[in-house]
Unconditional design. Sequence first.
Length: 37
Amino acid sequence: MPYDWSGAQMRRTRLLRTTAVVMFLLLVIGASLLIRP
């Protein structure tokens, strides 16, 4: 399976990056909610 930078590959990379950002934001929001009583 050749490693190509076609549309599918870039979409997958963008999806992974977006998922990481969303999970990071959820972690920050959850931490702030836990810190503030």
